[in-house]
Design a protein around this ligand. Structure first.
Ligand SMILES: [Fe+2]
Length: 197
């Protein structure tokens, strides 16, 4: 091969993406990488385990909001369609906050749907469409499951000295879930629409 042709070939090869690469994982799921955050490995591991549970449940609740946003029916379609999507967006932001807290603790956050489905304790809804009161009841039940576990996880984090995790659970997760429960619950109050009783 001439010098010119070999230079042309080298230039061409340098632009070729090196795809289909594989290698071993750099950190196994369930293992903690120690970071200089002044928390013991035991404390970080306990928080990571709790946060991955509440992450899986939050991702499930988030996705249930989108399901109901798409599938809602009836005279209140428009307001529920918009409200359910607003709650979806807020839960989606919370998912990112929880996942990044797990990484900050040196853990590995759950990410993929199959792993989330195996982990969540929220009952699986049917694929078909349901009436709005049933959709809302399902969402309220999921919120309560998450709030119940979050209260106990927040206390555990506080007792272990993991103030960051305690703060996330209380200030971000518990407060958001309580507010969304209020907004949903008011839709199940049976008051007259036009003529007072
Ligand atoms: Fe939409």
């Amino acid at each position: 091969m001439s010098k010119v042709r070999s230079a042309q070939s080298a230039t061409k090869d340098r632009a070729r993406p090196i795809d289909h690469q594989t290698a071993h994982e750099i950190q196994g799921y369930g293992h903690i990488t120690r970071l200089p955050i002044a928390l013991s490995e035991k404390t970080a591991a306990q928080s990571v385990e709790n946060l991955n549970q509440v992450l899986a449940d939050t991702m499930t609740l988030r996705d249930m909001y989108k399901k109901h946003h798409w599938q809602v029916a009836g005279p209140t379609f428009y307001q529920l369609h918009l409200l359910l999507d607003k709650h979806y967006e807020e839960q989606n932001e919370l998912v990112d906050t929880i996942a990044e807290r797990i990484q900050s603790l040196g853990g590995i956050s759950l990410a993929m749907a199959a792993d989330v489905a195996e982990t969540t304790i929220i009952p699986r809804p049917p694929r078909g469409r349901e009436e709005p009161p049933v959709q809302i009841s399902r969402l309220l039940h999921a919120h309560e499951i998450i709030l119940e576990e979050a209260h106990s996880m927040a206390r555990q984090a506080a007792d272990a000295g993991d103030d960051g995790t305690n703060d996330l659970l209380v200030s971000d997760l518990i407060r958001l879930n309580e507010k969304q429960v209020w907004f949903l619950s008011e839709h199940l109050v049976d008051v007259p629409l036009v003529k007072a009783d």
